[in-house]
Write a protein that binds this ligand. Structure first.
Ligand SMILES: Nc1ncnc2c1ncn2[C@@H]1O[C@H](COP(=O)(O)OP(=O)(O)O)[C@@H](O)[C@H]1O
Ligand SMILES: [Mg+2]
Length: 390
């Protein structure tokens, strides 16, 4: 038998088994790809059925990504349409769709596709990435979503590369690091990639547990290929009063190094901390492969941000003035001016740009007075006591 004929024979046999389990006539095999999440979300789960007498259950947290079996058949119905997911990854190769596919009756195929498309539409609204230079957005996309693409991962594996990637997003607060994470998380949902968010609180809790290295390691592991977000990691990694906690970073780094990945995982770390303050050990390739700076917007980017505002606002203010007067503002600050503008409009029924700018200036002066010592100031020196210790 040639590899192709045995491959084809295997696939035919699996399709038959899945169709019999789901009681489907004229089965069509398909891969829902980016619609997987929506299809499974729109469906009701039926039972698991063994395949060739084998059923291997998979404990996984999110039922919308996965059928809950590593080897076997899962039955589903969506709006009364029966379909099944067959998983028989004989080589442990999740990229091989002849061994990991869905079946539905030919008569229901188009209807099921429509159900998945509809489910995805209800979710995709408002899913725009933050404003950033086009080249930077492309780099971000390629190194996350693009990296996790099955074909890309397969190529990396074939070439013997490490299917693990670390990205560090840096820059002053309010310029889109968290927004970028939120967008990527949405992309994960849309494309059916797993995702995991590690909050500073979750990290601290893991750190305080009796086996911190293992607990931290568990926090940063995914079951399938996907993205792990560690937003504001500097807050988790350092003590409130010191800039750096080397002991903690050592635990963090060894946990990170100890995670074996075989299906592809991207780590996205963010920090407001200037790059010089980050432990060089963290920036080593294999931990962080790429650093992206989220700077304050230049005039073109401020214009791009303002262009996204509601048409009624855009038509009622002078855009050139708005762009010019917000020089040196972060994206978040420009957005705050917009919020003030809207609040004022609700009171006066007029769009008063100058009023909003003045109010913004006043609020900022007031905040500076009250909160001089609160919050994260990137260049703050650690407070030392008389003998030079913290
Ligand atoms: N690049 C951007 N494009 C559009 N809006 C932005 C951008 N950066 C920041 N904002 C606005 O400012 C808010 C705070 O930004 P955030 O992404 O949390 O900043 P960071 O995490 O870098 O401190 C966002 O919710 C969004 O309204
Ligand atoms: Mg943030």
């Amino acid at each position: 038998m040639t590899p192709l004929s045995s491959y084809a024979a295997d696939h035919r046999r699996l399709v038959e088994a899945a169709a019999a389990a789901a009681n489907i006539a004229e089965p069509v095999a398909f891969s829902p790809g980016g619609y997987t999440y929506y299809l499974l979300k729109a469906a009701v789960r039926g039972p698991l059925v063994p395949l060739e007498g084998v059923l291997l259950r998979d404990w996984i947290r999110n039922r919308h990504f996965n059928s809950g079996t590593k080897f076997g058949i899962r039955l589903y119905t969506a709006s009364g349409i029966r379909f099944a997911h067959c998983t028989a990854n004989v080589n442990g190769d999740y990229t091989d769709e002849a061994y990991d596919f869905y079946v539905v009756a030919k008569a229901d195929y188009v209807k099921l596709f429509r159900i998945a498309v509809l489910a995805s539409r209800s979710r995709t609204a408002g899913e725009t990435p933050p404003v950033m230079p086009a080249a930077q957005l492309e780099t971000l996309r390629q190194n996350t979503i693009g990296y996790l693409d099955m074909n890309n991962l397969k190529r990396i594996r074939d070439l013997g590369g490490r299917p693990k990637r670390g990205l560090l997003l840096t820059g002053p607060p309010g310029n889109g690091k968290t927004s970028a994470c939120r967008w990527l998380l949405n992309e994960c949902l849309r494309l059916g990639y797993e995702h995991q968010q590690v909050s500073p609180d979750a990290y601290q809790a893991a750190r305080r547990s009796c086996n911190p290295v293992q607990a931290v390691k568990d926090l940063f592991a995914v079951n399938r290929h996907g993205i792990i977000f560690f937003d504001d990691m500097d807050i988790a990694l350092r003590d409130r009063n010191t800039v750096r906690e080397t002991d903690d970073q050592a635990v963090f780094l060894s946990a990170l190094d100890g995670i074996d990945v075989n299906e592809g995982v991207v780590y996205v770390f963010t920090t407001n901390c200037p790059l010089e303050l980050i432990d060089p050990a963290f920036k080593r390739p294999g931990r962080v492969d790429l650093v992206l700076h989220f700077e304050k917007p230049d005039a073109a980017l401020r214009r791009a941000l303002i262009d996204r505002w509601h048409a009624e606002i855009v038509d009622s203010i002078d855009i050139d003035t708005a762009v010019a007067e917000t020089e040196g503002y972060s994206f978040a600050e420009v957005e705050e001016v917009k919020n003030l503008l809207i609040l004022r409009y609700l009171d006066t029924k007029t769009w008063e740009w100058d009023w909003a700018m003045n109010q913004f200036g006043e609020n900022r002066a007031e905040l500076a007075k009250q909160e001089r010592h609160v919050g994260f100031t990137p260049l703050a020196e650690p407070v030392l006591n008389g003998n030079g210790h913290h």
